[in-house]
Design a protein. Structure first.
Length: 109
């Protein structure tokens, strides 16, 4: 099922006025469908594409689940270092950290 938002929901989500969203739709900058009653409906992927094209931040709620990595080491300093290096190399990843097998199992479960 394709998730859609109303112009009001988009405005609230990205912190702009509803009029701005409707102007973007009218100008053809933001793709939108229309209900039989004339209300605009904006698909999530069209909104994300628009935000990226405009250089605007994409709300985390709209991003697909990021890749995750679990760093496990019994030396907290080593685990933190590896997590930091991974986080810098892959800023969109969610880096999780555990210092023993039991904690790692809890995170995975």
């Amino acid at each position: 099922m394709i998730q859609t938002f109303s112009a009001t929901e988009v405005a609230s989500l990205i912190g702009v006025a509803v009029g701005s969203v409707l102007n973007w739709v009218r100008q053809g900058e933001l793709k939108a469908g229309q209900t039989p009653g004339g209300h605009k409906r904006i698909r999530v992927d069209d909104l994300v594409e628009f935000l990226r094209r405009q250089g605007l931040p994409v709300p985390r709620a709209l991003e697909p689940n990021p890749p995750r990595a679990l760093v496990v080491d019994d030396e907290p300093g080593v685990a933190k270092w590896v997590a930091t290096v991974l986080g810098r190399a892959h800023p969109n990843w969610q880096i999780l950290q555990a210092n023993d097998g039991f904690s790692a199992g809890e995170i995975i479960a």
